[in-house]
Design a protein around this ligand. Structure first.
Ligand SMILES: *Cc1c(COP(=O)(O)O)cnc(C)c1O
Length: 271
């Protein structure tokens, strides 16, 4: 869908978001992001209530997370299981705060995640599904999960290739503590909006196809896609969850390649 300013993504703005230091800063940033969500929904003729904003607090100190909570955030996204677990432990006094783990998980960290997370957005192997399910059963808990799909075809990105997703989904009903909610992706890091949009289109069309063959009990309603630099495009392409860090918390001091080890921060990679 053509949009008035879709020739560039906001990736170039990374690093320009000032650090949020007060509850008022967080309120202002949340209001601004919500306004951008609503504008994108208007362009796409969507109801803004169908898009959930997940604030991403990775790398930020506990004090910032507490300000975000005071400004109204009730779920926070973290990409590293250990960092998330440490923050959860330190903030148990905030009993209404939930945690979404949005980054790659190794089986040996599944126990940590099973203990505290409400949501896991980066499921990409049956070994991790099995380990999570086993530890969740032991804890008497369940977990909302998203299957991560590599839509950019970059070898450095985590996630299943689209062609592997149908068989993977068929195997998930065996893990009864996992509630499969939908698909998640990270788009190409590019200032070329059309190439970013293609990643989001790929995730949506995969979801639409899978819905017809999904096993009973597997709902594929959710599409988690879009971050500070590209969430408007993701909403135009059907995102139901946008994961936004820097536009709410402020820029991270180091490039994304630092936080996603093994993922080169390619401003322009091969087509
Ligand atoms: C960090 C991160 C985000 C948010 O990125 P921002 O640029 O801070 O908005 C979204 N998704 C994942 C998986 C992340 O690790």
């Amino acid at each position: 869908m053509p949009a008035p300013f879709d020739t560039q993504t906001g990736h170039a703005q990374h690093g320009r978001y000032p650090e949020a230091r007060t509850v008022e800063d967080f309120q202002r940033n949340l209001t601004a992001v919500q306004a951008r969500i609503e504008a994108a929904c208007r362009r796409a003729e969507r109801d803004p209530a169908t898009v959930r904003l997940l604030p991403v607090s990775k790398t930020k100190p506990e004090a910032s997370l507490r300000l975000a909570h005071a400004a109204g955030c009730r779920m926070l996204g973290e990409n590293k299981p250990q960092e998330a677990h440490r923050k959860w432990e330190a903030m148990q006094d905030l009993t209404d705060l939930q945690w979404s783990v949005i980054g790659h998980l190794q089986t040996n960290k599944a126990r940590l995640v099973a203990r505290f997370a409400a949501e896991f957005q980066a499921l990409d192997s049956l070994r991790v599904a099995e380990a999570l399910d086993r530890h969740l059963q032991a804890e008497g808990r369940s977990l909302d999960v998203f299957v991560q799909v590599n839509t950019s075809n970059e070898a450095s990105k985590y996630g299943l290739l689209p062609e592997g997703v149908p068989a993977f989904i068929q195997a998930l009903p065996a893990f009864s503590a996992l509630r499969v909610r939908g698909l998640m992706t990270l788009a190409l890091f590019s200032s070329n909006a059309e190439r970013v949009r293609q990643c989001f289109e790929r995730l949506r069309s995969l979801r639409d196809r899978l819905r017809q063959s999904a096993p009973a009990g597997i709902a594929l309603d959710e599409l988690s896609m879009g971050m500070s630099g590209d969430f408007e495009i993701a909403i135009e392409e059907g995102a139901t969850v946008v994961r936004v860090g820097q536009a709410i918390f402020g820029a991270r001091p180091l490039p994304d390649s630092h936080y996603w080890p093994g993922e080169p921060n390619t401003e322009e990679s091969q087509p």
